[in-house]
Write a new protein. Sequence first.
Length: 439
Amino acid sequence: MNLQIKELMQKGGIVGNGGAGFPAYAKLAEGADTMLINASECEPLLETDYIILREQMSRVLEGAALVMEAADIPRTLLCLKKHNAERLGLSDGEELAPRIYVKELPDVYPIGDEVAMIYQATGRIVRPGNLPITKGVIVYNVETLYNVALAVKEGKPVTEKWLTIGGDVEKTLVVRAPIGMRVRDLFAMHGIVVPEGYSVIDGGPSMGKVIHYRTATVQTTTKGLLILPDYIPAVAGKGGDMKTQISRASSMCCQCTRCTDMCPRNLLGYPLYPHLMVRTAASVVEVTPEMILSASLCCSCGVCETAACCQGISPRNVILEYKSILGKNRMKFVGNEDVTPDEYRDSRMIPITRWKGLLGVLPYDREGIYNPVPVKATVVELGMGQHIGAPSVPCVAVGDTVKVGDLVANAGAGLSVPTYASINGRVTYVDDKKIILEA
């Protein structure tokens, strides 16, 4: 193990840019024979990974080579959907750099889910609740590897975020914005107005979260900001009182099993049964969380809610509530045996075009336009907990002057990364939750 590269990854503040923000250095482990570059762009309407590959392929490959060197990984597969491979002029099996090859994935949803992608690319199924390294695999997102190249080769920490601005807007944009920039300022800079009856989603239309855009900021995990009408399924399914939804689900479910039959994780052999979850009373689960341990296996793709249920209820939201209960109790399902995919899996995967139609986002599907000029911000709010693990610890005081790339918060104890100034300016506010900088 090349500890120098690992240390530089932590020092650079690099976290996973395709999911929950897991510190990238902590994924490095001995025993991997394959690295997967997740460029699948799992969610509709997002163009971020595609644009990064189109504009910065050499840096991504450089970052991949560094990780391969650090963990002595013999091969890497760049995993991307067939239509994006075609747009980039890449072919399945093509060698892009020494021991780095293209792996085309089918245009289906949710093929960007880590477990599904590992199986699709390598034929290996990670045991339920286990880490990919247990099957000899490490997975990194495209932007994560781009940041690795900058940190290790140029000493540049993470201070900006590549993201898509899309949905019901005049044109879909891919921009580079300072981390901590206020979403309302980013929209104003590009002449974007959020109409009445519309919501803003941080992430994709399937798994992203509705945010209050007037107060929200660009996070290290922000992949896209989508402006979408409230009436389409992609947004409507994210609203409402959770307790009411759970009560409604448990009383209305007809136990048709369709949500389980179409569940991507169940089709891989995982013991996840959404139709049984919705008939479980939340009050009982709070007392006996062990009974719903398998809820921790859900990837929250929303297939059960959007494509499967004939009663208009949301198994996903029920499972999300149960996952929250498990999280509070620090419990999760961990399997000890290999599982086998369902014989009908391939025929039950959802074509991406059909998925866009089910979500109601097909009218907003368009190619992204890249703005190569980094966005400038006058104010940023840097959260100390933008990654999984211990929050960063502020090391500046009100009144301090900082420049882009200056350290403003050290890594916390244990699993953590530091935080850096994303604009030139002055510190105007500091507490254990955030640091505010003004240009």
